[in-house]
Design a protein around this ligand. Structure first.
Ligand code: GDP
Length: 194
């Protein structure tokens, strides 16, 4: 995919603010610090459009990025913060559920997990949550460059086994540092953007 243009169009907290032009959307979810902003920036070849230092708990909005005037990336705020209050968690849940449950333009989701570690309890819950809404999931395993080549096959196997991916879902090791996995990620996403 050649990205010629990308821009943020709205930070939404509720349905009334979602874009109305019916272009296909891909939602991106992941724990805070997993590398979601770095993934978005790498995919769209922008250094800093999706902020890489977003403070945990700060940006509780759905950020819609228009790409090539053809489709949207929807950045779902990170989950699994230790420090947010119960009230904030509930508000997060309502906002995300409203989007995932009602959005017809939503074609597929990207779930970001850390390649270096087995999936966390939060990762497993999020995967099941996305499947509960019948959404295809492309798992992006981030920070590939931090894992020795000799360890990669083993690590990928652990992630696959523990996530218990459904047949339509894929997992792609990815590095925002080296760009490894970028072409595979675009290939996987493209099938949902026709
Ligand atoms: P977010 O909170 O999920 O948006 O995470 P960020 O994209 O801000 O990344 C969190 C930290 O991990 C930052 O210090 C990034 O530079 C770093 N990081 C993200 N992706 C990679 C990667 O592929 N390789 C390496 N080495 N560091 C990464």
């Amino acid at each position: 995919m050649k990205v010629n243009h990308a821009d943020i169009v709205i930070s939404a907290v509720s349905q009334a603010q979602y874009p109305e032009d019916q272009k296909p959307e891909i939602a991106l979810a992941g724990r805070s610090n997993v590398g979601k902003s770095s993934f978005i920036n790498k995919m769209i070849q922008r250094k800093n459009l999706a902020r890489t230092s977003s403070k945990p708990g700060k940006t509780q909005t759905l950020n819609f990025y228009i790409i090539n005037d053809a489709f949207y990336f929807v950045d779902v705020p990170g989950y699994g913060y230790a420090k947010v209050s119960k009230r904030e968690r509930e508000a997060w849940g309502r906002m995300v559920e409203e989007y995932l449950q009602t959005r017809e333009a939503l074609q597929a989701t990207v779930l970001l997990v850390d390649f270096r570690h087995p999936p966390t309890e939060d990762d497993l819950i999020m995967y099941d949550y996305l499947k509960y809404f019948d959404l295809p999931v492309i798992v992006i395993a981030t920070k590939l460059d931090k894992v020795k080549k000799s360890q990669r096959d083993k690590q990928l196997k652990v992630l696959k086994e523990e996530l218990e991916l459904e047949p339509e879902d894929v997992i792609i090791p990815f590095s925002a540092e080296t760009g490894e996995g970028k072409d595979q990620a675009w290939q996987a996403l493209s099938s949902y953007l026709v």
